[in-house]
Design a binder for this molecule. Sequence first.
Ligand SMILES: [Zn+2]
Length: 287
Amino acid sequence: MMVSVRKVTGLVAAVALAAVVVAGCDGDNNPGDGHTHSWGNWSVTTPATCDAPGLEIRYCALDNSHTETKTIAQLPGSSCAAVSTFTDSRDGQTYRAVTIGTQTWMAENLNYDAGDGSVCYDSLASNCDTYGRLYNWATVMGFESKCNSSTCANQVQNPHQGKCPAGWHVPSDAEWTTLTGFVGGLTAGTKLKSTSGWNNRDDGGSGNGTDEFGFSALPGGAGTGGLVIGDFGFAGNLGYWLSATEDDTSSAWNRNMSYNNNIVPMFRHGKILLQSVRCVRDSAAPQ
Ligand SMILES: [Zn+2]
């Protein structure tokens, strides 16, 4: 019996191959070669990554020109969460950031004091520490307040920095869609919500998420806005995140997450509603 291990690495592999042969032939019949393939162990030639599948190969112990290959599945998003930190040079505030698919998002809400139209929930600084600030649309976009009641779509850049730190921008509605699609569509809320901080569901179950991508969404609630800052509500139950995408003169698109379900629906809310903001890092090719 001839056992060639020319292309198989190392003594361990050779021993493993010999063991397979002694144990008897397995694998596919190949009448043309007059033998039953005796496959060695699979060995990885190209590891799978977050961006592409990998490849592995095995050799026939009886003739190592006989090979089989198979693909290794691309790594799941949960393996690709890459958490880092950065500092906003304007105020020295440090933020966590996480790469999810092709995007890098802030992993906590923006907490930059942009003056009128950027407030802490219930006007308590401790809530800014927990949830970041709440912004109306014109304020976070860096526009005049009249843009909350008139169209300013032609001033929206792609990407649009607004009040995000240098090198970051206010996400477009399309960028939100990319995120929620990547993490699982109808269960995106569960995967994006933090593992603590959410109130229980109406049925008594936990309203927290699995946070499997490191996004750590928190229920910062919202506030009524305009010239006078009024009522706040829903902290602990709901989170609202603005997008840079205007809907019409008085509304813009956003995303919501709830203590009571798994989804991340999009809504058109009044631009004056005070909501949370997550910035996205600029890339060479903005989406
Ligand atoms: Zn063979």
